[in-house]
Design a protein around this ligand. Sequence first.
Ligand SMILES: Nc1nc2c(ncn2[C@@H]2O[C@H](COP(=O)(O)OP(=O)(O)OP(=O)(O)O)[C@@H](O)[C@H]2O)c(=O)[nH]1
Ligand SMILES: [Mg+2]
Length: 235
Amino acid sequence: MSVFQNATFYTTVNELRDLPPPVGVEIAFAGRSNAGKSSAINTLANRNRLAFVSKTPGRTQHLNFFRLGNDRFLVDLPGYGYAKVPAEVRQHWERLLGTYLQTRQSLHGMVLIMDARHPLTPLDRQMLAWFAPTKKAVHVLLTKSDKLTRQQGQKVLKTVLGFLRESYPQCSVQLFSSTNREGVEEAAALLDAWFGSGIDSDSGMIREAGASGSNKENASDPPNARNKKPPVKGE
Ligand SMILES: Nc1nc2c(ncn2[C@@H]2O[C@H](COP(=O)(O)OP(=O)(O)OP(=O)(O)O)[C@@H](O)[C@H]2O)c(=O)[nH]1
Ligand SMILES: [Mg+2]
C-alpha cells in the first residue's frame, strides 16, 4: 500500500520556534499562490480535505505538516506571487519560508508546483535558483494539466524539461492534475522513492539528498535570489 494512504494532519507552524524536531523526512510543496499545492497534497493522499484548498489565492498561510507515518511528512507551504499580502505578513513569510527551506535538516526535497498554463514565471525561476545551493532534490509538477489538450501538455512538458536540463539537471518534471488524476501514480512513486532513500534504515538519520548540478541562472540572478529571501512578493 502507498505510504500516502495514511496521511493525517500533524501540525501548523507560523513561527520558526514552533517547528517540530527535525526527525524523519520532509518533502515541501512550494509554488505560486493558487497553483494547486494543497490540492496536489490532497490528491496524493487520496483525501478531499486534508489540506485546505480555495479559489482565493493566498489561502495557505502557515507551514502545514501532514504525517504519513514513520516520521515521513508532506509540508504545505504558503504560495508566492500573491500581491495582496500586506508587507509585514510578506516579510514574516519570507523569513519563515526562507529559513525553513534553506536550513531544515529533515527537508529531503521540494515539489515545485507550477500551473501548466503558466510555467516558469520569474518567481518560479527565482525559487529554483534560490533553492539550488541546498543541493536537495526538486520535482516540478505542472498542475491543472486537465486544462490543456494532450498536445499542449506535451509542448509545455518539453519546454520545461528543456529549461531544466540546461540549467538544473538535477530537477525532474511531469504533468499532473488533481482533477483527472493525470500523473498521480508517477508523482507518488517518485516521492515514495525520496522517502525511501531519505532514511537510513539502521539509524533513522537523513542521508544527504539530491545531486549537485550546474546552475547557470545563478550568475544573473536578481539579488533577492542570492540572499536569504525566497520569492514571496508579487510580480
Ligand atoms: N482544474 C484544476 N483545478 C485545480 C487543480 N489543482 C487545483 N485546482 C484549483 O485551483 C485552486 C487553487 O488550489 P489550491 O490547491 O488551494 O492552491 P494552492 O497552491 O494551495 O494555493 P495557496 O494556498 O493560496 O498558495 C482551487 O480552486 C483548486 O480547486 C487541477 O489539477 N485542475
Ligand atoms: Mg494552499
